[in-house]
Design a protein around this ligand. Structure first.
Ligand SMILES: C[S@@+](CC[C@H](N)C(=O)[O-])C[C@H]1O[C@@H](n2cnc3c(N)ncnc32)[C@H](O)[C@@H]1O
Length: 398
C-alpha cells in the first residue's frame, strides 16, 4: 500500500531541483516530481506500507518488550516500529512467548526505506556492463574520485549520478586519470554534482583543506601517517621533503612531540594549502613550510643548521633521485622513511642502489624494513622502507 505523506510546492526561480530539495535527479524522479513550467514544481513524498502481525504494548512496557523481542530476533527489520500517545506497536515475525502483557494486532506498518549499499544497485546501464563497473574509488571530503575503464566511459554520467545518489555526504563526483608529473597531480573532470574541486577532509581528528585538482592527497595513506607519528620521539628534528598539503607533519605535530618539522614542497598550490592546514590544526609552532626544490635542501636548510633525526621521502618513482640530498642533512643517526612504487623483484636492487649512494657519503644504512602499503598495479606495490642511516666517521671513538 502507498500512503501520501506530504507535498511541497517549490517556486520557479529555484531552477536547480537538487539544491532546493536536497535530492538527486534520480531520487526526485522516484519520489514523484511534478514540474510546472514558469510556475514551479510540486514534490510529493510517498511512503510504502505493509500489513503485518504486530504486538501492541503500553508505553511503560516498551523498553523491556523491545529487549525481549530483540533477544528472540522477532522484530521485523523491514518495517518501522510505531507509537501513539499510549501504545507502542512492534511489527513481528511471529508472536512471542514468555511475556503476557501484549495484544496481537494486524496493522499497516510503514516500510523502512532501503538505502542502496552500492551505486551498482541503482545505476541505469545495460546489465552486461554492470559487472565491469569500478569497485573502488577515493572519497576525499565530499568529493569522489573515480577511475573508469575506457569501455565504460560512455556511461560516466550514469556512474557519477548513481554514486551521488547512493552516497549521502558526497556533493561532487570526478573522473580522474592516474597521478602524473612532477607535482603528482591528476587530470580531473566533474561528471556529477557541483563543479567544485576544493574540499575539506578529516582524518584521525585532523582537518585538511585541499584542491584535488592541483595538489596531491591520498586518504589511503592515513594508517601510514599514524604509524609514522607513533614512532616519533620527544624533541626530534624532522624534515618532510615532499610534503604536499602537509598531512605527515600535521599528524606528527598533533600526535607526537617533535622539536620542529620542516615541510618542503615545490608546488606552490600544495604549499598554500600546507600553510592553511597548519593554521587550521593549530600546529603553527611546530611546523615551518618551505616552498623549495628538494634538490636544494641542504642550501635551503643551511642557515637553520638543520641536523635531521627523521626524514620523510614520499615521492614514489623519483625519491631515489633525492636520496643523496637527504643524506646531506642527517644527524649522526637518522631514520628515513622512504616510499616508492616497485615490482616485488625490483625491491632488493633499489635497496642496493640506496646503499651505494650512502656508501659514497660514508654513511651506512641499517635495519631496512620494507612494508607493502598498498597494491598499485598487478605485481606492483606502493612500498615504504624504514631506513636507519648512520654517519660512519662520527661512529668512531674520538
Ligand atoms: C606523492 S606527493 C606526497 C605528498 C605528501 N607527502 C602526502 O603524503 O600526501 C609528492 C609531493 O612532492 C612534491 N614534489 C615533487 N618534486 C619535488 C621536488 N623536487 N622538491 C620538492 N617537492 C617536490 C609534489 O609537489 C607533491 O606534493
Amino acid at each position: 500500500m502507498v500512503s501520501r505523506l506530504s507535498s511541497v510546492w517549490l517556486e520557479r526561480p529555484a531552477v536547480d531541483p537538487m539544491a532546493v530539495t536536497g535530492r538527486s535527479p534520480v531520487q526526485i524522479r522516484e519520489a514523484g516530481l511534478f514540474y510546472i513550467t514558469e510556475l514551479g514544481f510540486c514534490l510529493v513524498d510517498y511512503m510504502q506500507s505493509k500489513k503485518s502481525t504486530g504486538i501492541c504494548v503500553c508505553l511503560k512496557d516498551a523498553e523491556k518488550t523491545r529487549k525481549h523481542l530483540s533477544e528472540k530476533n522477532l522484530i521485523r527489520k523491514d518495517l518501522k516500529i510505531e507509537k501513539d500517545e499510549h501504545f507502542i506497536y512492534f511489527p513481528v515475525k511471529s508472536t512471542p512467548k514468555g511475556i503476557n502483557f501484549y495484544k496481537v494486532i494486524k496493522k499497516e506498518f510503514k516500510e523502512i526505506e532501503k538505502k542502496p549499499t552500492s551505486y551498482k544497485e541503482i545505476i541505469k546501464i545495460p546489465d552486461k556492463f554492470k559487472q565491469k563497473l569500478p569497485t573502488s574509488y577515493d572519497a576525499i571530503g565530499d568529493i569522489i574520485l573515480i577511475k573508469i575503464p575506457d569501455n565504460l566511459l560512455k556511461y560516466k554520467r550514469e556512474i557519477g549520478t548513481a554514486l551521488l545518489t547512493s552516497k549521502k555526504n558526497i556533493k561532487t563526483v570526478c573522473l580522474v586519470e592516474p597521478v602524473t608529473g612532477e607535482y603528482r597531480t591528476r587530470k580531473i573532470q566533474v561528471i556529477a554534482g557541483e563543479k567544485n574541486t576544493k574540499t575539506i577532509y578529516k582524518e584521525h581528528g585532523l582537518t585538511f583543506e585541499l584542491d584535488v585538482e592541483n595538489t596531491y592527497f591520498s586518504p589511503r595513506l592515513a594508517t601510514e601517517r599514524k604509524r609514522i607519528s607513533s614512532l616519533v620521539k620527544h624533541g626530534e628534528t624532522i624534515v618532510d621533503m615532499f610534503t604536499g598539503i602537509a598531512p605527515f607533519p600535521i599528524m606528527i605535530a598533533k600526535h607526537a612531540d617533535p622539536k620542529i618539522i620542516y615541510a618542503i614542497d615545490k608546488n606552490k598550490h600544495a604549499v598554500k594549502y600546507a600553510k592553511q592546514n597548519i593554521k587550521l590544526n593549530n600546529v603553527l609552532d611546530k611546523i615551518e613550510v618551505i616552498n623549495a626544490d628538494a634538490a636544494d635542501i641542504s642550501q635551503v636548510l643551511l642557515e637553520r643548521n638543520v641536523k635531521a633525526d627523521r626524514i620523510i621521502m614520499n615521492l614514489p618513482f623519483s625519491a631515489y633521485k633525492y636520496f643523496q640530498n637527504a643524506l646531506d642533512i642527517i644527524a649522526k643517526t637518522c631514520i628515513i622513511h622512504y616510499y616508492d612504487i616497485l615490482n616485488e623483484e625490483e625491491i632488493p636492487e633499489r635497496i642496493e642502489n640506496l646503499k651505494k649512494i650512502a656508501e659514497k657519503k660514508h654513511i651506512s644504512l641499517e635495519t631496512l624494513k620494507v612494508k607493502k602499503i598498498k597494491t598499485y598495479a598487478p605485481r606492483e606495490f606502493y612500498i615504504g622502507i624504514d631506513i636507519t642511516a648512520k654517519k660512519k666517521h662520527e661512529m668512531l671513538p674520538m
